[in-house]
Design a protein around this ligand. Structure first.
Ligand code: AMP
Ligand code: GLY
Length: 456
C-alpha cells in the first residue's frame, strides 16, 4: 500500500523479531524524534527488551487477527518486520491497514528469498547475472545430474532452511550426498529430507569463485536507495574454514566494490530484479538484499534475501545518520523520492563499522545456554576519540535473578566504528575480548579478506 500521507510527527512502532538485527534496528529507531512508543516481542533478547515495551499479544502467525486488533487499539502506525519467516508467511499483507504501514515486502515479493527455484526464474526473466543452475523436483532426475558435476557444484534446498540448506560440493559424490540429504532418498515420499518441505525442490548450480559481498537497498515500490556494501563472514572458523553459520561478523563499507561496480550492481541486478517482479504484477517494498559473488566475469547473484542481513544490519545501522524511522516509513509508504527532494535522505557516517559476533561454545552445532555475561560496559567504554563501540545483543536474556545470561548460539554483536577497517577490526576484537561468558568465542579476522587477502 503506498500512501500520500506524510510521516506522522508521532509514530507508534511494533518491531517484529527478537535477535541482533532487530536490536540494531531498535537502537536506531529509538533515536528518532518521531518515535511514540516502540513495542517489541516479549521474547526478544535482553538488549532489545530494554529499548521497547513488550507487546502483550503473542506475535505468532496463527494469531495475526489478534495482533491486528491490538495494533489498531494501540494506534501502531508502522510495523517493522525483521526476519524472513514472517515475511514469507505474508504478515506484511496481513498487518497493513488503513492507518498502518508495514516495512517489509508482502508474501508474493518475499518469495524471492523463500523459493530459490522461483527466484532463479526471476533472475532468468530479468537477465540478471547469476550462476547457471537447474531446478529439480524429482530425486531420480536430480541424482544423475549431480553425478556428472565433476567440476563441483552447489546444491540448494529451494525453501527456507535458516541459512543451512546450501551445500557447496567439490565432487560428484558430495553432490549426490547433498541431494539425498535435502530431498530424502525415497522418490515416492518427497519432503522427508533434512529440511522437510523446504527440500522438496532443489536447485543445483555451478560453483562460483570470488569474494562475497552483501548489497542491500531500500525499495519503496518505485525508487531504490542502495546502501553501502557489506561483507559477511559465514564460516565458523578463522580463515573461512568449518561449517557455515548465520554469520560470524560483518563490516561496512567494504572496499571490494568500486563506485563503478556498485553502479553496475544497481543497473544490472537491483533495478532489473524490481522490474522483473513488476512484470509478474508484484510490487517490492522493504529492503532487498542481494548476496553476490564478485567473480572474474563480474558480480553474480548467489541469493536474494527480503530483509536486512544479520549481522550486516549491525554495521549498517551503526553508520546511518538522520531519522532512520522516517526513512523506514517512507520506504513503506512509497515516498523515498519525496524524502530525497526534501533533502532528508540518508547520510552515512564516514567511519568503517566492524561487527564481531561472540558465540557460544559449540555453535553452529549444539550449545548450552544460561551462562552469565560480564564486561559489556567496559567493552563499550573502549576506543580513542572519534571511535565508538556498540554491543548489540543477539542470543541473550535475563535469568530469574535478573542476571544477563546467554540464550543462543550467536550471543552478542560487538560493533566498532573507527577511521578505517584495520582499526575498526582491532577495536572490535579488543572489545570482544573484554566480554566474558563460559565458552565464548569469536573470529578475530572479520575483514581479513581485504586487509590481508589470501590467494584463492
Ligand atoms: P545462499 O544461502 O544461497 O547465499 O548460500 C549460502 C552460501 O553458500 C553463500 O554465502 C556462498 O558462500 C555459498 N554459495 C551459494 N551459491 C554459491 C555458488 N553458486 N557458488 C559458490 N558458492 C555459493
Ligand atoms: N548474514 C546473512 C544473512 O542474514 O542471511
Amino acid at each position: 500500500m503506498s500512501s500520500n500521507r506524510p510521516c506522522p510527527d508521532r509514530l507508534n512502532v511494533l518491531l517484529i523479531g527478537g535477535g541482533g538485527r532487530e536490536h540494531a534496528l531498535a537502537w536506531r529507531i529509538r533515536q528518532s524524534p518521531r518515535l511514540g512508543t516502540l513495542w517489541v516481542d516479549s521474547g526478544a533478547n535482553a538488549g532489545l527488551k530494554a529499548l521497547g515495551r513488550p507487546c502483550p499479544e503473542p506475535i505468532s502467525g496463527r494469531e495475526l487477527f489478534r495482533l491486528n486488533r491490538w495494533c489498531d487499539r494501540e494506534e501502531i502506525g508502522l510495523v517493522v518486520i525483521g526476519p524472513e519467516v514472517p515475511l514469507a508467511e505474508g504478515w506484511a499483507d496481513e498487518l497493513a491497514g488503513e492507518h498502518r504501514l508495514v516495512f517489509g515486502p508482502g508474501k508474493s515479493a518475499a518469495r524471492l528469498e523463500a523459493d530459490k527455484a522461483w527466484s532463479k526464474d526471476i533472475m532468468r526473466a530479468g537477465a540478471i547475472p547469476t550462476a547457471e543452475g537447474r531446478t529439480f523436483t524429482r530425486i531420480e532426475q536430480a541424482l544423475p545430474f549431480a553425478e556428472t558435476r565433476e567440476e563441483g557444484c552447489v546444491v540448494k534446498a529451494s525453501g527456507l532452511a535458516a541459512g543451512k540448506g546450501v551445500v557447496v560440493c567439490d565432487t560428484p559424490e558430495e553432490a549426490v550426498a547433498a541431494v539425498e540429504r535435502i530431498m530424502g532418498t525415497d522418490p515416492e515420499r518427497p519432503g522427508r529430507g533434512e529440511f522437510g518441505d523446504a527440500g522438496t525442490t532443489v536447485v543445483i548450480e555451478e560453483k562460483l569463485l570470488g569474494q562475497e559481498m552483501s548489497v542491500l537497498a531500500l525499495v519503496d515500490g518505485r525508487s531504490i536507495w542502495v546502501l553501502d556494501p557489506c561483507q559477511d563472514h559465514k564460516q565458523v572458523g578463522e580463515g573461512d574454514v568449518g561449517p557455515n553459520t548465520g554469520g560470524m561478523g560483518a563490516y561496512c563499507p567494504t572496499p571490494l566494490a568500486s563506485e563503478e561496480v556498485m553502479r553496475e550492481i544497481e543497473r544490472d541486478v537491483l533495478v532489473p530484479t524490481i522490474d522483473a517482479l513488476r512484470r509478474e504484477g508484484i510490487t517490492y517494498r522493504g529492503v532487498l538484499y542481494a548476496g553476490l559473488m564478485l567473480t572474474a566475469g563480474g558480480p553474480r547473484v548467489l541469493e536474494y534475501n527480503c530483509r536486512f542481513g544479520d549481522p550486516e544490519c549491525q554495521p549498517l545501522m551503526s553508520r546511518l545518520k538522520g531519522d532512520v524511522l522516517e526513512v523506514l516509513w517512507a520506504t513503506a509508504a512509497g515516498q523515498l523520492d519525496a524524502l530525497a527532494e526534501a533533502g532528508r535522505g540518508l547520510e552515512t557516517d564516514p567511519r568503517t563499522a566492524c561487527c564481531v559476533v561472540l558465540c557460544s561454545e559449540g555453535y553452529p552445532g549444539s550449545i548450552t545456554t544460561g551462562h552469565p555475561i560480564s564486561g559489556i560496559e567496559a567493552a563499550e567504554a573502549l576506543g580513542e576519540d572519534g571511535e565508538e563501540v556498540i554491543v548489540f545483543h543477539a542470543g541473550t536474556t535475563t535469568d530469574q535473578e535478573g542476571r544477563l545470561v546467554t540464550n543462543g548460539g550467536r550471543v552478542l554483536g560487538v560493533t566498532a566504528l573507527a577511521a578505517d577497517l584495520g582499526r575498526a577490526q582491532a577495536l572490535a576484537n579488543e572489545a570482544a575480548g573484554m566480554i566474558e561468558f563460559a565458552g565464548a568465542f569469536h573470529r578475530s579476522d572479520i575483514g581479513g579478506r581485504v586487509l590481508a587477502p589470501r590467494v584463492p
